[in-house]
Design a protein around this ligand. Structure first.
Ligand SMILES: [Zn+2]
Ligand SMILES: [Zn+2]
Ligand SMILES: [Zn+2]
Ligand SMILES: [Zn+2]
Ligand SMILES: [Zn+2]
Ligand SMILES: [Zn+2]
Ligand SMILES: [Zn+2]
Length: 1762
């Protein structure tokens, strides 16, 4: 199936793993019943018990004459009785019975005794292998050492890796796709440290290769041989059996009419197609169909119907009919049940063999021997051969089982590995052909074993020399690509789908070739030379078929009708790139081979070019007194191809030759005489001209296919064997011919010969009324040609061309990449070519050229070019794309300006050429070159018309610079006997000869220096003139004066330049400043925010701190003691609050009677503070939220972005959003990041997700305050709730009939209701109902919960309580608290009064309020907030004169005392440990007294504690969070500024808090004031039955202080997580590996995400494991780590989600999402903290919203299925 959702991989026990329970296993009663009744024994004997005992059968077999017959009879009888007994498989029962009846006897026979004793004995006698050989499970981490692994396919399992030396090396980590095994102990796989600690131990014992059979007793060897031969043959026969009604060598005991309809897997049909078809064909439910499909996908086949033949056949025809319409039908077969049964057992036997040989190396060798023994039919008749050759016909499950057996037997035995390798190589062609026809992925094919065999260097070498493997692979490859054109070249045009599919498969052969070549020989035998060159011949044949393929002709007039096929050819080229390089590497190792290969390659190239000049008239070109003969050819008119692999291979070999010693000493010995330089350069030159013409726009009508080809030609993936080699070929050509001839041919191919050879052509070309396009085209072509010359002369950084080493080359690449901009490690890697070991060689040199800058909290680490490397910068570096070139130019000029240098970017000094290429430099001083340069300078001087461009001039200047550098270096390295033949300076000082008499180049430069139109090039011209003078000085080393003079001039000029540069710099700064101001001004525009999110956030925060600072400092209340509440409360001057609406920009004052202003807000349920994640959510309709449990299991959090709007402006905005969304959804059915139907919208300014608004209010308390006697109320409330108030004796001054007047304007009242209802709706997950009496409770709760979360964040970050909140949070808390305090005015008065009474009754009990929670089960801060905020509802009817403030204070004291008792009751103080100071302070004495009283009340059930010091310390710590929350609460409620002491961290925070809160420092004093009443209260709290149960240890309670919740601890090394995940199996589908194991970062649960198996139903929808988990763990919000992808996943609700960068970074400060690069990853604590903070701040949903707005594709993902 194409869509694979199931888990792959098989879990057979690894060798050395504990043995499975063998015959000693006990049968359950059900199985025994089955055994004795259904399995009637074999004919004759009636005593069923004994014959079925494994021991008895085993001993019978031991005496048998014809063992095979006995065993076969046994199997023939019992196998069909045990296996496949009906429509539903029962694998566990089958296994149990098979073990007892079938395998048990075999084990007995093998051991000759009870295997329970036999096997351990074997194991003990065994010398364990020093090979690990652990077969990888899917998803298991594997490690490869980049320093020591012979190739990247050598890997270690985690255990071996951790015990190896490679741990300290540079390593790469990947997750296994299943299959493959650990190479620990394989000395050929590692250059160093082949053994881990564990496997090293084993090597010391087995020093020499010894025959493992010596450890086995002789009779055991015989028995093993017998039983292995019989069982292995049985298994192979039955698995490869093709007849329907017969069995191999087995009689059918009874032929029943029972059949299976067997469905087979293919890779064509999708899951959905199969499920749909099955439902139709066999009448099953969707669930069953999914089950069938999953098994078919995993195992390769599954019976879908059981019954008589007709019944099954009918299902088969329905399936075939239903799936045959578009594609080939699904494979279905009706099979007799006994065949299926024997096949099942056959597989079981193979697994059994695999586990038995795990006991002993000897047994393993016997099995190998049995498997490879040739059968009676000769060649290919061994069991192993039979299986291999039948591979493509077997189903997936069977293949997996026998591949695994091969891996644990043949590949683990060094002797037989070799023999097996030979069998594999001999069958190679056949196996590959089978694989081409097979439609299974390669990982399921035996062909895939090539990686295990060919990558072993000794095997590969042996197979090349003995089995001619290289040639075999290449020939097989060629055989499968038969489509050729008339010239015999590959042709991919008009490929059918099937051919394309085959083409994809055939590419794996190239991979095999790569494996064979990956380890290079250290010494060559004649045989190896011979066979390698034979392979090289075959390879040349292959390249010959590619030379000139996909030729193209320029399209003129009309655009091409159809884009030609080009990808196949490029795919081939790309795949072969590494192989071509490796072929060259091999050749480079042996001079004989190299020269032979060079000759062969040349011969083939000549063959390709035969007919090169046929039928063409040669033409003669002449210029500057030189003339050359060439062919007539125009790239723009004739066929041209980009594919020239033979030419390029020759170029590569030529460079290698140049590196040899011979080339230095006796170049005449090299086979160079046969070369014809013009022929060599012809095709590469055409290709480069094509690129230039495409760039000049001449090939526009040829469409995108050509553009793409040109792109890949230069791309890092291909260029090494394409573009680079073409340059090399031109360099080779120039070095062997007269440079004037070369240049003329080049001019001719560029179609520019006319322009430069005809003296006046230039003028005509510019003034004549020529087509502007043509002139433009020619200009571009001239530029390109000059660029090409620059490259030919300048690119000498490959060893062999220039005198450099390999690191110089890579250094240069890095320097040029970093000249563009600083880059991250991974970017650099991507820009550099990788070798066959996936290495760029970058690490070894990067330190020399760059500095690493660590990343911050976001972003990644960057490499920056070292300043001293900038002088190596070459503007015309050949690997720059045009865009990169201009970026680099800009960056480098800017750098120079910053350093106040001149901005010339002269060519860097270059290394000298190798001897073979040395003559190449003469091209610079050749006559034709000087003529070209002179002509262009002349154009520039004349400054006329179009025939001239600045880029042209720039290139000429660069070339001049290069020539001068060259001459300077020649002079500097001058040795005695050498004469400098490079005399460029002389040549450019000479004026042109007649007839044109042009001025000298030097003179023209001097003219240009002052040309006003060439301002930008002045620095460069000046540099050239300066260098010219230096050289002159060098030449005339005796003369002195004139040079100094000029230099003086230059100095002066350069100082003038500096002034100019300085002015420019200042202007630049001014411009930047202006831009910044502009940016700040446009802050109000949402566009800006979108584009510069980070920057915006920063400015926002800056603004926040600045404004809030002003805000806090403004009320000047000097030294006076500040008190937040009570009658002593500090009076605060009221100040007007004027705010601006972000929508209409109008300002307005916040007043009770004006139009409402609102803040955008987001309400969400939260479990961030939860101390109990397992709590089941109660029915929301009946749930009473009045009391919050101290486990805080679910709260309601309110957040806001702090942006203010008019209520009516917001209303209008929201209506518009709603209308727009409705229209959009109807039309497009698209999702948005927010759910309008649920009241969600984005803040119009910052696009923050919101779902309601909070009204802004003036301080509410001032409005309600009147003097009232509090205690009276208190007393009265104790005796009844308000509804019955009228029947009671009312306290004096209390007027229940008084209805307070609501002070708020209609608009504000409306908003109070809106926000209240929203809190209720979201907090309880119910439908909105503004009348519900629970609305005010939810509002108070949200206020309390939000304050608690903020207090926790501040405490965790160790920040002081006040003065450090960002403005938006400060505003949010102010509004939220004021709102909650005012909300009662829009609720039902009696309901609020009733709430108050119930709340109070929890502390001041009375009989009427039974069933209230005990004080252990109340969160005291929630209680405090609710009490204080509901109190005004009572107070407003009380006219006795006591103030509201007094009431607050009393309530606060009461709750504080309750909390103290709560803390003391639940404290888990341990007296030992801590050093206590012997102070016996007042506080300590008092708290001890209180504790003793508590002990009394609880009947001494409380732990005895005698240390007052400990108690006091504990109490202080326990109550701190409550006091801090209370301080925040009263601060926001009453607006009293916080004393400066609690705005900073410092000592005595506790005392300052107490003072601010009007509490005595010694909290226990509270109890002493009203000791009588309070003692009664304490007694009543302690006598509660729940409290008693707690004290008796029958229940638990939360103790204080509650610790802050954190995300789970993550390991430092990411591979620990991968390993953990690879051991995790899906909890629902019995032991299968989970495909997407995902870790909840909140609670640490591992989940099986994104798969059918773990979907559950949630609110009527199928959701994935993650979404389901968020509902229990995070009330809808979740933070996960997808372990395989190394990606953090945020989820909110069912529709919202986004991915977030993981907190794991590699050493280069980069994340690796998707684990593609495999660098070791380590936890970045700061980034993890940032994620944790997002969670604690309740910003996950907001983060998702921003991510989805920024990236619309995130909106379309079905997050609920994760
Ligand atoms: Zn291992
Ligand atoms: Zn090991
Ligand atoms: Zn290593
Ligand atoms: Zn407005
Ligand atoms: Zn906003
Ligand atoms: Zn699952
Ligand atoms: Zn969780």
């Amino acid at each position: 199936m194409g869509c694979t959702t199931g888990c792959r991989g098989i879990s057979a026990p690894a060798p050395g793993a504990p043995p499975p329970p063998s015959s000693s296993l006990t049968l359950g009663s059900a199985e025994f019943f089955f055994l004795s009744h259904i399995l009637t024994p074999l004919s004759g004997c009636n005593c069923s018990r004994s014959i079925l005992e494994p021991a008895d059968i085993g001993s019978k077999w031991l005496q048998a004459n014809d063992l095979q017959k006995e065993v076969y009879q046994h199997l023939a009888y019992y196998v069909p009785k045990i296996y496949c007994r009906g429509p539903n498989p029962a694998p566990q029962r089958e296994d149990l019975l098979a073990q007892h009846v079938l395998l048990g006897p075999m084990e007995w026979y093998l051991c000759g005794e009870d295997p329970a004793f036999g096997f351990p004995k074997l194991e003990q006698a065994n010398k364990p292998s020093h090979l690990c050989g652990r077969v990888f499970k899917v998803g298991e981490p594997t490690y490869s050492c980049r320093d020591c692994a012979v190739d990247p396919t050598c890997v270690l399992c985690m255990e071996c890796f951790l015990g190896s030396i490679h741990r300290e090396h540079r390593y790469r980590m990947t997750t296994s796709g299943g299959g493959g095994f650990c190479d620990c102990g394989d000395t050929e796989a590692w250059k160093e440290g082949p053994y881990c600690q564990k496997h090293e131990l084993n090597t010391s014992e087995t020093a020499e290769e010894e025959d493992p059979l010596v450890h086995l007793p002789e009779d055991m060897v015989v028995r093993a041989y017998n039983i292995f031969a019989i069982t292995f043959k049985y298994a192979v026969d039955i698995l490869t059996w093709e007849k329907e009604n017969e069995l191999p060598g087995l009689e059918m005991i009874e032929k029943s009419d029972t059949y299976y309809c067997m469905l087979f897997n293919d890779e064509v049909h999708t899951y959905e197609q199969v499920i749909y078809t099955l439902q139709k064909a066999v009448n099953c439910t969707q669930k069953e169909a999914i089950g069938f499909a999953t098994t078919v996908d995993r195992d390769g086949r599954r019976s879908v119907r059981y019954g008589d033949f007709q019944y099954c056949d009918q299902a088969k025809s329905v399936i075939v009919r239903n799936t045959s319409r578009q594609t080939k039908p699904l494979k279905v077969q009706v099979m007799h049940s006994s065949i299926v049964a024997h096949q099942s057992f056959g597989l079981k036997l193979l697994t059994w063999l695999g586990s038995v040989i795990g006991y002993s190396d000897g047994l393993r060798r016997i099995l190998c021997q049995v498997g490879l023994q040739e059968g009676p039919d000769g060649e290919n008749s061994s069991l192993v051969d039979k299986l291999m050759l039948y591979d493509s016909k077997l189903w997936k499950g069977a293949r997996n089982v026998y591949h695994q057996l091969f891996m644990s037997s043949l590949l683990m035995d060094l002797k037989y590995k070799k023999l097996f390798a030979i069998r594999f190589a001999r069958n190679y062609e056949r196996l590959q052909s089978d694989f081409m026809k097979d439609d299974h992925d390669r990982e399921f094919s035996i062909a895939d074993l090539s990686i295990q065999i060919f990558t072993v260097p000794s095997l590969a070498r042996m197979l090349i020399t003995e089995e001619n493997l290289m040639t075999t692979i290449i020939k097989t490859f060629m055989d499968h690509l038969r489509h050729r054109d008339i010239q015999g070249r590959f042709q991919f045009e008009r490929y059918t789908a099937l051919q394309a599919f085959k083409f994809r498969r055939v590419q794996s052969l190239i991979v095999d070739l790569k494996y064979v070549l990956i380890s290079k020989p250290t010494e060559w035998s004649d045989d190896l030379r011979h066979k390698f060159l034979e392979g090289f011949d075959a390879f040349l044949e292959l390249l010959k078929c590619m030379q000139g393929m996909d030729p193209i002709t320029r399209q003129v007039g009309q655009h091409i009708e159809m884009e030609p096929e080009w990808e196949a050819a490029f795919t081939l080229q790309m795949k072969l790139t590494l192989v071509i390089s490796m072929m060259q590497d091999w050749c480079a190792l042996d001079e004989k081979v190299l020269i032979e290969a060079y000759k062969k390659c040349l011969t083939v190239l000549m063959q390709c070019h035969s007919g090169f000049t046929d039928g063409e008239q040669p033409i003669v070109l002449s210029m500057c007194g030189h003339s050359v003969e060439t062919i007539r050819y125009c790239v723009s008119q004739e066929k041209v191809s980009i594919h020239l692999p033979v030419s390029r291979l020759l170029a590569g070999l030529h460079v290698l030759l140049s590196k040899t010693e011979v080339a230095y000493k006796f170049p005449e010995l090299l086979p160079l005489s046969e070369l014809s330089p013009p022929m060599l350069i012809e095709h590469p030159l055409r290709c480069l001209v094509l690129c230039a013409q495409v760039h000049a726009g001449m090939w526009r009508r040829n469409g995108f296919s050509l553009v793409n080809q040109i792109y890949y030609y230069h791309n890092v993936k291909c260029r090494r064997e394409m573009f680079d080699k073409d340059i090399v070929m031109l360099q080779t050509g120039v070095s062997m011919m007269d440079p004037n001839h070369f240049l003329m041919i080049m001019l001719s191919r560029f179609e520019l010969y006319q322009i430069f050879s005809t003296p006046d052509y230039g003028k005509r070309f510019s003034t004549e009324n020529t087509n502007k396009d043509v002139v433009q085209q020619n200009n571009t072509l001239i530029e390109e040609m000059l660029y090409l010359i620059i490259m030919i002369v300048g690119e000498r950084f490959s060893p062999g061309i220039g005198q450099v080493n390999a690191t110089d080359e890579i250094k240069r690449e890095i320097i040029h990449q970093l000249s563009i901009r600083p880059m991250a490690h991974s970017e650099l890697v991507k820009a550099l070519p990788e070798d066959e070991n996936r290495e760029t060689g970058m690490e070894s040199v990067i330190e020399e050229v760059a500095c690493f800058k660590k990343p911050g909290l976001t972003g990644r680490g960057l490499y920056e070019l070292k300043p001293e490397c900038a002088r190596n910068f070459n503007l015309y570096f050949y690997h720059f794309s045009r865009a990169e070139q201009s970026k680099a130019e800009e960056a480098q000029r800017k750098l120079k300006r910053q350093n106040r240098e001149d901005t010339a970017l002269p060519p860097p000094a270059l290394p000298p050429f190798c001897p073979l290429f040395a003559s190449l430099v003469n091209i610079l001083q050749s006559d034709v070159m000087l003529c070209i340069m002179g002509t262009i300078l002349q154009w520039a001087v004349e400054h006329n018309g179009y025939a001239w461009s600045e880029s042209m001039l720039q290139r000429v200047l660069h070339l001049l610079g290069m020539a001068l550098q060259e001459e300077k270096q020649h002079l500097e390295n001058l040795s005695e006997e050498n004469v400098v033949t490079f005399t460029f300076t002389q040549k450019i000082s000479r004026p042109g000869e007649a007839p044109n008499n042009s001025p000298s180049i030097l003179a023209m430069l001097e003219t240009l220096q002052n040309a006003p139109h060439l301002e930008v090039h002045k620095d460069m011209i000046r540099w050239i003139l300066k260098t010219f003078n230096t050289i002159k000085k060098l030449r005339e080393s005796s003369s002195t004066s004139p040079v100094a003079e000029t230099e003086g001039n230059i100095m002066e000029e350069s100082s003038r330049d500096k002034d100019k540069a300085e002015r420019k710099r200042k202007a630049e700064i001014a411009r930047l400043r202006r831009e910044k101001i502009m940016a700040q001004m446009s802050e109000m525009q949402r566009h800006f925010i979108n584009e510069n999110k980070e920057l915006f956030q920063q400015t926002l925060e800056e603004l926040d701190t600045s404004t809030s600072g002003v805000h806090e400092n403004s009320p000047v209340i000097s030294d006076a003691k500040l008190t937040a509440l009570g009658p002593e409360q500090t009076r605060v001057a009221e100040h007007r609050q004027v705010v601006m609406c972000i929508l209409c920009q109008e300002e307005q004052e916040v007043k009770v009677d004006s139009r409402a202003m609102v803040l955008a807000a987001f309400i969400q349920r939260s479990t961030v503070l939860s101390k109990n994640r397992n709590k089941t959510t109660p029915d929301p309709e009946k749930y009473d939220p009045l009391f919050m449990h101290p486990d805080l299991s679910c709260g309601t959090h309110t957040g806001s972005c702090g942006h203010i709007m008019h209520a009516h402006c917001w209303q209008r905005y929201f209506d518009a959003v709603q209308a727009k969304e409705q229209r959009r959804q109807q039309r497009l059915r698209v999702h948005t990041s927010y759910d309008v139907e649920n009241g969600e919208f984005l803040c119009p300014l910052c696009e923050c997700l919101s779902n309601t608004v909070i009204p802004l209010l003036p301080p509410p308390r001032v409005l309600f305050n009147r003097s009232v006697c509090f205690l009276n109320v208190l007393n009265k409330c104790n005796s009844g709730n308000s509804e019955k108030m009228d029947q009671l004796q009312l306290p004096e001054g209390f007027r229940p009939d008084f209805k307070p007047k609501n002070p708020y304007s209609e608009s504000i009242k409306e908003m109070l209701t809106t926000f209240g209802t929203a809190t209720y709706k979201v907090g309880l997950k119910v439908h909105p109902n503004e009348e519900d009496p629970r609305v005010p409770i939810m509002c108070w709760g949200s206020c309390a919960y939000t304050i608690q979360t903020i207090e926790r964040i501040l405490a965790d970050e160790d920040k002081p309580l006040f003065g450090h909140l960002p403005c938006r949070q400060d505003d949010c808390l102010t509004s939220l608290t004021r709102f909650a305090a005012a909300h009662w005015t829009v609720s039902s008065l009696p309901a609020v009064q009733a709430h108050f009474c119930t709340l109070l009754a929890s502390l001041v009990p009375n009989e009427k309020n039974g069933n209230l929670p005990c004080i252990l089960d109340i969160d005291m801060f929630h209680l405090l907030v609710s009490l204080v905020l509901s109190f005004p509802a009572i107070h407003c009817q009380d006219f006795s004169g006591v103030s509201l403030g007094t009431g607050d204070l009393h309530l606060f004291h009461l709750v504080t005392m309750a909390h103290i008792i709560q803390i003391l009751l639940t404290s888990s103080t341990e007296e030992n440990g801590m050093d206590q100071e012997n102070t016996n302070s007042e506080e300590e004495v008092a708290v001890l007294t209180l504790y003793k009283f508590l002990c009394q009340c609880t009947g001494s059930a409380l732990k005895e504690i005698s240390s007052g010091w400990h108690l006091w310390r504990n109490l202080k710590a326990g109550i701190m969070p409550f006091l801090r929350c209370s301080a925040l609460f009263f601060h926001y409620l009453n607006g009293v500024p916080a004393p400066s002491e609690i705005q900073v961290n410092g000592t005595n925070q506790f005392e300052h808090l107490c003072s601010y809160l009007s509490l005595p420092n010694n909290l226990t004093c509270l109890f002493q004031e009203n000791s009588e009443i309070l003692n009664t209260l304490i007694e009543s709290w302690c006598s509660n039955s729940e409290v008693k149960r707690y004290l008796e240890g029958k229940r638990r309670a939360i103790s204080y202080a509650r610790e802050s919740n954190k995300l789970i601890d993550l390991p430092d090394d990411y591979s620990c997580l991968i390993n953990q995940a690879s051991n995790f199996s899906c909890p629902k589908s019995g032991g299968d590996k989970s495909r997407a194991p995902t870790l909840c970062l909140v609670c640490g649960t591992m989940l099986c995400s994104q798969s059918y198996c773990c979907q559950t139903e949630l609110e009527g929808e199928d959701v994935g494991a993650c979404t389901a988990h968020t509902y229990t763990c995070g009330s809808g919000v979740g933070i996960f780590l997808r372990v395989r992808e190394c990606q953090v996943l945020f989820l909110a609700g069912k529709t919202k989600g986004c991915f977030y960068p993981p907190p794991y970074l590699d050493d280069y400060g980069e994340t690796d999402q998707g684990l593609r690069r495999g660098n070791p990853l380590h936890l970045c604590k700061e980034r993890f903290k940032k994620i944790q903070k997002l969670w604690q701040q309740h910003s996950i949903t907001e983060e998702i919203g921003h991510a989805q707005e920024a990236n619309q594709t995130l909106v379309g993902i079905d997050w609920q299925h994760l």
